[in-house]
Design a protein around this ligand. Structure first.
Ligand SMILES: C[S@@+](CC[C@H](N)C(=O)[O-])C[C@H]1O[C@@H](n2cnc3c(N)ncnc32)[C@H](O)[C@@H]1O
Length: 125
């Protein structure tokens, strides 16, 4: 019988590289999915929104997330772990004037895109 040894650390590193490559390449495609750069599939509430109204579903997902984290009215910081291109952060900034947002992503391409996008919307300082 032949045995092979897989170094767990190498496997973790390889997965990370593949994830970064995936997001670096796939991010631009999402612009066709959501002009507001949401990289999720939205939230459907029966009798409230329609599965055929994508923008409404995408915004509803952001709404549901914000509702659950219950951002305080006074000055607060929001950290989005896995922020993509900042679609949810941008939505949160629009709804909450006293919030500062900080996003984390593996993809430096997404950071460049988010910087460009949020600057254009005057949401990045
Ligand atoms: C499908 S996208 C979702 C983006 C965003 N939350 C949205 O809904 O628009 C997943 C994001 O998670 C990030 N991500 C995945 N694993 C991560 C990790 N271990 N550390 C940091 N970011 C990570 C990716 O880089 C990507 O930005």
């Amino acid at each position: 019988m032949k045995s092979i040894t897989i170094n767990q650390q190498d496997k973790v590193e390889q997965t990370k590289i593949e994830m970064i490559d995936f997001y670096d390449e796939a991010t631009e495609d999402y612009e066709f999915w959501s002009k507001d750069l949401n990289m999720h599939f939205g939230y459907y509430s029966p009798f409230k929104n329609s599965v055929f109204a994508r923008k409404t579903m995408l915004n509803e997902m952001n709404n549901q997330v914000l509702k659950r984290i219950n951002i305080p009215k006074d000055k607060s910081n929001l950290i989005d772990l896995g922020c993509g291109v900042g679609g949810t952060m941008s939505f949160a900034l629009k709804k909450n004037k006293n919030v500062s947002a900080f996003g984390v992503t593996l993809s430096s391409f997404q950071v460049k895109k988010a910087t460009h996008y949020l600057k254009a919307k005057k949401e990045l300082f």
